[in-house]
Write a protein that binds this ligand. Structure first.
Ligand SMILES: Nc1nc2c(c(=O)[nH]1)N[C@H]1C(S)=C(S)[C@@H](COP(=O)(O)OP(=O)(O)OC[C@H]3O[C@@H](n4cnc5c(=O)[nH]c(N)nc54)[C@H](O)[C@@H]3O)O[C@H]1N2
Ligand SMILES: Nc1nc2c(c(=O)[nH]1)N[C@H]1C(S)=C(S)[C@@H](COP(=O)(O)OP(=O)(O)OC[C@H]3O[C@@H](n4cnc5c(=O)[nH]c(N)nc54)[C@H](O)[C@@H]3O)O[C@H]1N2
Ligand code: SF4
Ligand SMILES: [Mo]
Length: 669
């Protein structure tokens, strides 16, 4: 008998595809996109087309393991769940008795974005709160931008990307649509069919930039200056929307003064773009309504990244684009999602410290006795790999990793707990690039002895004899609690259909009733920013690499086309397609260093070193080197990935990571 089971892609991607699993005689035999879904419309992506194969991969972890070799060697033997739970209960209890609950760091990552099993619902947090464990600030991905947008708009949420089909000018700004969330492209193409003009702003001529009408190869970290320069031209054209400015914005006089400091000639020097191109785009922006700005996470992985998002968000305040469907800025839709998550911080026995995801190398010191990693792969994804490795080698650190695959992080675990994959557990999702909720029904039973995150924490709680009732809520209980935030969507219907649109108008235009800022307006000047020690008026803040020695190259480390962070980087076919690691260098920089395409090079800085094949190409602008994120260290020649070169440095807001804001030297190997 054949069954079709509706589910959703759990990965950290804005699209959160709706999918259909075909199950035959209890086995999943097919996985494809759900054609009925209005946003994702039946296509998955090059990575997730292999998800089913990945669930059956030979290297999948199927049983609890305990370490038998030295830390880092990855030598384990199979143990029973009982032994695993006993060991864990014993260690946690003695750590709490001797050092207090704060000595535990529950390090949760973005392996799944589920509201039941994943980080968006803070899965496991109730358990940690009962134990009094340290809090974990999951700021690694988008925090600087979230904070920057909040100063301007009161929320990181913006346009419904679907409305971009109505835009007349689309700026794809620091975002690689065709790689990192390609379903938006359909809406971009619809807009183009109606005459829209599409501009990509990216230091790399990405596959998205190749497809755009125009590509501006901006110097990394200078987007804030470009935003001000474009607005300078809007003012020269007399195209500011004076009614909108008067009614819906705060601090125009002050912000106008700031704009006037950035004439296109100065912005050309800062951004490395031709003055004529800045002017031309400024004129387009001045006279094209609605204009959509799709600016995602790439821009804010810099020291000035929060400031850049803050000032980019000011653009529609000047042009009045928030008046129209298809106008405004689109970063993430998450903050529009009203799911009622309650991680129960009230259960904490006493106030506890917060540890910071981006600061693992710094903060994993003697005060941490247990590191509990779940849905994360810090050895591959977190800055300053070499220092993290040293920290993980500490003998008295008790490390538990809940995983599906034997990642580089798993190699340092004392205990490994086998985790389910998406077709094997229940979850509730929302896209961060669209306005739909998605249901994921388990299609098949877990293989081996894999358990979901929620079930693992329920068993642990029982093993520890914890009596707090909410630790035992079932997955469906949790779903009901989450949906209490969306009265128009009921669980039975959602399970039947697989998806539901949030209760918003179609087309959805945010901020028509005002902005959730202190003034209720779009804030060019922000008292909260000032109180946080930041400039009162939105402006440009230079990156770390603005001060780099002129002989060095700025390193940017964006999404790989074939992996999702480090997920799939052990899939043989995707690994084959992505070839050996490559560092992209401009011909001028290659010539200056005697580099030849196809040869091996050492990429080095004060933080670390990696080896990579040289690819000489004018796809990167001069002065910039690019290497994709996501490789597994043990499957990479040299045993390091690009995060060996990423310094543990803070962005200007929210301690976000500065993944695209480092400098390197490159020499022939
Ligand atoms: N295939 C694939 N898809 C993914 C991911 C993946 O690993 N692989 N990761 C997922 C995750 S976790 C996230 S958060 C998103 C991230 O996806 P994006 O938001 O697209 O972020 P990045 O890939 O970091 O960077 C996007 C683009 O910004 C450019 N960029 C870097 N610095 C600057 C700058 O200073 N200014 C400008 N204008 N551009 C700059 C980069 O060259 C890159 O092309 O994608 C998700 N989708
Ligand atoms: N150089 C550089 N580094 C980057 C970035 C960059 O732009 N440049 N981008 C950053 C970004 S945007 C992000 S979001 C972070 C991501 O960093 P992490 O959150 O560490 O994500 P991943 O490396 O994908 O590791 C996720 C792990 O979770 C596992 N997993 C998946 N689903 C589940 C599950 O249901 N349960 C359990 N227990 N495990 C599961 C996967 O097998 C995988 O090993 O990486 C960052 N790293
Ligand atoms: S990674 Fe993104 S595009 Fe690919 S299937 Fe998942 S949600 Fe869809
Ligand atoms: Mo991310």
């Amino acid at each position: 008998m054949e069954l079709r089971v509706l589910g959703a892609c759990p990965l950290d991607c804005p699209d959160t595809c709706s999918w259909v699993v075909t199950v035959k005689d209890g086995e999943a035999v097919g996985l494809r996109g759900n054609r009925d879904h209005p946003y994702t419309r039946g296509a998955l992506c090059v990575k997730v087309n292999r998800y089913l194969e990945h669930t059956k991969a030979a290297d999948r972890i199927l049983y609890p393991l305990k370490r038998v070799g030295p830390k880092g060697a990855g030598e384990f033997v199979r143990i029973s769940w009982d032994e695993a739970l006993d060991t864990i209960a014993g260690r946690l209890t003695s750590i709490i008795d001797e050092f207090g609950g704060e000595a535990i760091w529950p390090y949760q990552g973005t392996g799944t974005l589920g509201y039941i099993q994943g980080e968006t619902g803070e899965a496991g947090r109730r358990f940690w709160n009962v134990l009094g464990a340290s809090r974990h600030d999951l700021n690694i991905c988008s925090r600087a931008g979230n904070v920057g947008l909040r100063y301007t708009n009161g929320t990181p949420a913006g346009m419904d990307p679907e409305t971009m089909a109505r835009s007349r000018l689309i700026l794809l700004w620091g975002t690689n649509t065709l790689t990192s969330g390609h379903h938006l492209w359909k809406f971009v193409q619809d807009a183009r069919a109606d005459g829209a003009y599409v501009v990509a702003i990216d230091p790399i001529r990405t596959r998205t930039a190749e497809q755009a009408d125009e590509h501006l190869p901006i110097r990394p970290g200078t987007d804030g200056a470009l935003a001000l320069g474009l607005l300078h031209v809007v003012l020269e054209e007399g195209a500011e929307d004076r009614d909108y400015l008067a009614e819906h914005t705060l601090g125009w006089a002050e912000f106008r003064e700031e704009i006037l400091k950035y004439p296109p000639s100065r912005v050309a020097e800062l951004t490395g773009l031709p003055e004529a191109d800045i002017r031309a785009l400024g004129v387009r922006l001045a006279h094209t309504r609605p204009t959509a700005i799709r600016a995602t996470m790439g821009i804010q992985r810099h020291r000035g990244g929060g400031a850049a998002m803050r000032v980019i968000a000011c653009i529609p305040g000047v042009t009045g684009d928030w008046r129209y469907p298809g106008g405004g800025t689109a970063y993430s839709t998450s903050a529009h999602v009203p799911l009622a998550v309650n991680p129960r911080y009230d259960l904490l026995p006493r106030p506890v410290r917060t540890l910071t995801m981006t600061r693992l190398a710094d903060q994993l010191d003697e005060s941490v006795k247990c590191l509990w990693v779940y849905a994360a792969n810090p050895m591959g994804s977190t800055p300053d790999q070499n220092r993290i490795r040293e920290r993980l080698l500490r003998e008295d650190l008790f490390t538990v990793v809940m995983e599906q695959f034997p990642t580089d992080t798993v190699d340092y675990a004392d205990i490994v707990l086998p985790a389910t994959m998406q077709i094997e557990h229940t979850d509730l999702h929302a896209g961060y690039g669209h306005m739909y909720l998605m249901w994921n029904e388990p299609a098949v039973p877990p293989p081996g002895e894999c358990l979901s995150t929620t079930e693992t924490f329920r068993r642990l709680a029982r093993h520890l004899g914890l009596t707090e009732p909410s630790l035992y809520d079932s997955d469906l209980d949790l779903a009901e609690q989450l949906l209490a935030g969306t009265p128009t969507i009921n669980l039975d219907q959602l399970r039947k259909d697989g998806w539901a649109r949030l209760d918003v108008a179609d087309p959805f235009v945010p901020f028509t009733e005002g902005f959730p800022t202190p003034s209720g307006k779009l804030e060019f000047v922000s008292a909260p920013a000032e109180a946080d020690g930041l400039p009162r008026v939105a402006t440009y803040v230079p990156s770390r690499t603005a001060a780099r020695p002129s002989t060095r190259l700025t390193l940017i480390t964006p999404a790989s086309h074939t992996f999702l962070n480090t997920i799939f980087a052990n899939n043989p076919e995707l690994l084959r397609r992505s070839k050996d690691p490559v560092v992209l260098v401009h011909p001028i920089d290659a010539a200056a260093r005697g580099l030849t395409s196809g040869t091996l090079a050492r990429v080095v800085n004060a933080t670390g070193e990696v080896t990579a094949n040289i690819e000489i190409s004018d796809k990167v602008r001069p002065g910039v080197a690019a290497m994709a994120k996501g490789r597994w260290l043990k499957l990479t020649p040299g045993g390091a990935n690009v995060n060996a070169l990423v310094e543990e440095a803070d962005a200007d807001m929210g301690r976000g990571a500065t993944y695209h804001d480092n400098w390197v030297e490159i020499t022939p190997a």
